[in-house]
Design a protein around this ligand. Structure first.
Ligand code: HEM
Length: 402
């Protein structure tokens, strides 16, 4: 039985070394125990680094989702209320009800229908940088792409989407371990702006429905009354955040990994049909979402650890995806890895609703960039990772090409 008292980990989760390369630290933690109680951090709890253990927790509904802020706090009301209305933080029937509604308007057929628009957008973006012979993958390519696509799907006018970058970054900081009081206050202000924005847009769509996801959700709301006005607002905002943040990171993390491994790059260039398998491997190797959390609703035994009611459990998806018990040569990038049952999109009832969209965007973006821009090189020796623990996110990725 693993003892729980005052266990410390021999490193800091916010040190520059950890942010640059968290994987040796995950390996260290997993070698101590794949479900390890840590008391020494700002957020004490069980840190899960093992693959089988991560799956066991994610599929066990006794481990509940919860909003990151304490329910007892009376601060940051707007932010808290918004998070409480998001399906990501709901459980059981409420979660099922919201998820069913969104799944209905976000089907594989609808998402597949966006392929031509994604292709066109990717090519337009590359046309804009082609003559400069250089680009920042994050701000010139991945971000505008993810932003234009989710705006199109939701029905946000393209010219209004620019403000979403700042808003998304602000809200991501409120759910990460690195959050500060300033970030929470800022997130609360951002929530007010986002709510105002979407209230106005929903009002317009109620009067004048379009062929977009917001209009479809409004129709569901009006016909069945199955979601409240607040839940409709929270769903739009969740999709905006989810649609922006992680997809951008998938595209930039993939290019970073590939350009650092010339053999893998050559393999993909020689055989572009490998792109689907390659994207699965990028998702595993540099998982955009590194961590998710649950809370135990009762005492639960898990691989010789007893997790007590109300204790926090932090599932390190990026660590589970490098568990050598599950993946051969887990710390190596192999774009032909097959099967590749990674947990980058989570597992169980909260499995990512946008996984198909993210996969299609990344496949088209990476394939087209490699095809159109010869001799791609990283144009900086010192890249910076954003100070986030739950997300793996490059601040920028400058490239040159011929
Ligand atoms: C590479 C890109 C993406 C990654 C790595 C990713 C990752 C994840 C993960 C790990 C979860 C589960 C969280 C948990 O169980 O606690 C999740 C849930 C979710 N994702 Fe994604 N996501 C991505 C893109 C997207 C996109 C593009 C959208 C929508 C436009 C989206 C919408 C959602 C939603 C709505 C949920 C909540 C599902 C639920 O609670 O039932 N995601 N995502």
């Amino acid at each position: 039985m693993i003892s729980k008292l005052n266990q410390t980990i021999p490193f800091s989760l916010t040190s520059p070394e950890f942010l640059r390369n968290p994987y040796p630290y995950y390996d260290k933690l997993r070698s101590i125990h794949p479900v390890y109680w840590v008391n020494s951090l700002k957020y004490p709890g069980w840190y899960v680094t093992g693959y089988e253990e991560a799956i066991a927790i994610l599929k066990d509904t006794r481990f509940k989702n919860r909003i990151p802020l304490p329910q007892t706090s009376n601060k940051y009301e707007n932010l808290k209320n918004l998070q409480n209305d998001m399906m990501l933080f709901k459980n059981q029937l409420d979660h099922k009800r919201l998820r069913m509604l969104v799944s209905k308007v976000f089907t594989p057929r609808i998402v597949e229908g966006y392929r031509p628009y994604i292709n066109e957008t990717v090519n337009d973006l590359l046309n804009q940088v082609k003559d400069k012979k250089k680009m920042d993958v994050v701000s010139d390519y991945a971000f505008p792409l993810a932003s234009l696509i989710i705006a199109e799907i939701l029905g946000v006018p393209a010219e209004e989407r620019f403000q979403f970058r700042e808003w998304t970054a602000s809200l991501i900081q409120t759910i990460d371990f690195t959050r500060t009081r300033k970030a929470l206050a800022n997130g609360n202000e951002t929530t007010i702006k986002l709510l105002d924005y979407f209230r106005e847009l929903i009002k317009k769509r109620k009067h004048n429905p379009q062929d977009d996801l917001i209009s479809m959700l409004i129709k569901e709301e009006q016909h069945g009354g199955k979601l409240t006005d607040e839940e409709l607002l929270a769903t739009c905002i969740l999709l905006v955040i989810a649609g922006h943040e992680t997809t951008v990171n998938l595209i930039s993390n993939s290019m970073f990994a590939l350009l650092n491994q010339p053999q893998q790059l050559m393999k993909l260039k020689k055989n572009p049909a490998l792109i689907e398998m390659a994207v699965e491997e990028f998702l595993r190797y540099e998982s955009p979402t590194q961590m998710t959390a649950r809370i135990a609703s009762e005492d639960i035994n898990m691989n010789s650890a007893t997790i007590k009611k109300d204790e926090q459990v932090y599932i390190l998806l990026g660590a589970a995806n490098r568990d050598p018990k599950k993946f051969f040569n887990a710390n190596e990038l192999d774009i032909t890895r097959n099967p590749n049952p990674h947990l980058a999109f989570g597992y169980g009832v909260h499995f990512c609703l946008g996984s198909l969209l993210a996969r299609i965007e990344a496949q088209i973006a990476i394939h087209t960039l490699l095809e159109r821009m010869p001799n791609l090189q990283i144009a900086s020796s010192e890249l910076q990772w954003r100070k986030l623990i739950g997300f793996r996110s490059l601040l920028e990725l400058p490239l040159t090409f011929n």
